[in-house]
Write a protein of this length. Sequence first.
Lengths: 343, 221
Amino acid sequence: MPLVEMTDVRKTFPAATRGGQDVEAIRGVDLTVEAGEIVGVVGYSGAGKSTLVRLINALETTTSGSVRIGGREITTLKERELREVRLGIGMIFQQFNLFRSRTVWGNIAYPLEVAGVAKDERNRRISDLLHFVGLADKAHSHVEQLSGGQKQRVGIARALATNPSLLLADESTSALDPETTQEVLALLRRVNRELGITIIVITHEMDVVRSLAQRVVVMEAGRIVEEGPVLQVLSDPQQPVTRRFVATIVDDEPDPEALAALHSRHAGTFVKLAFRGDDVRQSDVFAELLRHGVTFELVYGGIEEVQGETFGNLTLALDGDPDAVRTAVAAVRDLVPTTELAR
Amino acid sequence: MSDSHIGQLWPLFWQAAWETTYIVAITLTLGGLLGLLLGLGLYVTRRGGLYASRPVNAVLNVLVNFFRPIPFVIFIAAVQPFARVVVGTGIGNPAIIFALTLAAMFGISRIVEQNLVTVDPGVIEAARSVGASRARIVRTVVLPEALGPLVLGYTFAFVALVDMTAVAGVVGGGGLGNFALQYGFRQFDTVVTWTAVIVIVALVQVVQLAGNVTARRVLRR
């Protein structure tokens, strides 16, 4: 049984002004998340990803469709029953949303107070969590005294306090610098591995998806337009929006302007070779070119690694007798997906 | 100056100072509590609020907007019939306390509302996300998060109430303001007037200082 199962979910917000247009934030989404997964949801702002997560813990009510958490339909539950469901779902936020009127300790205590956990048990739990997130020495600090990364770690500890099976991370690293981002991502990875907690990460940073998620869901205008294993989506994006996201971390091919500039400096045929996994060795491809008497220069591209698999898109400028180049390209095409970019 | 009657007026003066103190204390407590409730009502029924309700919010707004702009000296006269019903008299300190409590309630409700809207909606969402009920969120998140500005707001209200007590004389109420008008202004006794003024200013200064210190302590947490 999937942990989260959304079927044809829609959410329409009433117009902000009278006579204005209603806002269709989610327009028919099907999404299944299995227990233990880390799923990344990417999209530009306004794509509906924040609304989507808030439908999962019922901070927003669905307009239509079904949302099941652990097999339980939550769209028909009363507010009091929803509060129980929320106890089993942790959430962290871009701006951390810590209580400034409470210390670090008090922030982590809050969900436990709500859940009615006895004081002894509560203290033990808070102490465990503080050690888990590495903030044992900050227990009695005030929120203002913490750095951004520390604040998010408190946010994570607070979200984990009631032992949830699911953690929703809404742009949880977008307000952090790159180094701190890596710290928080490493912590989230531990949350998944050591505690077995399923994580749904909302982000506009493809890098976060690459380093954290196993599966990625791409949203645009309230719909899921593409989804699949991260490696597959990164190496072979189908939708234009996905390609734009992938291009932020993976060099695909030079854009027309860059291509023209490159072509003015390097004569000859330009081909893009798409290496995927370890099926094809680059040396085999290069040997094939040389065997046809074609020399080449690497003009664009790079090698990426995702979850232990390498892949890359390399653009080569080929130089040699036109007939030789043509046969060489045909031979290379048998080894690796090849696109001719310019001649 | 030499012909001031201040020497004979000390007993009346201390009596007036005591009256100002207890009138303000009672109205700040009662009006403050009612104003807190009304302000909370305005806040939670706002669009996007915890108990969002357009009709309730509209009714509360009209109510507050109707009573709040009435100048206090006229407000006393306007609510005099109600004072007779509720406190049994339309004159003297009880009538003043009644009118002042009502006026304080409407004034303070806006101060409370203004301070509560500054609470980050994100922390309310965080509290909702861990399953807290709406009533619990008001009690354990909204009010504690706004405590610093609320302390300053109530300090401001205290000063306003001291100001408003000055017109208590119109229905036979007492206090330092009335004392200054009666024995200072009307008797051309500047020394008496200024004695009352200095004590009022001192009282306001002390309370403002206490408010500032408390707010700073709360905000540092």
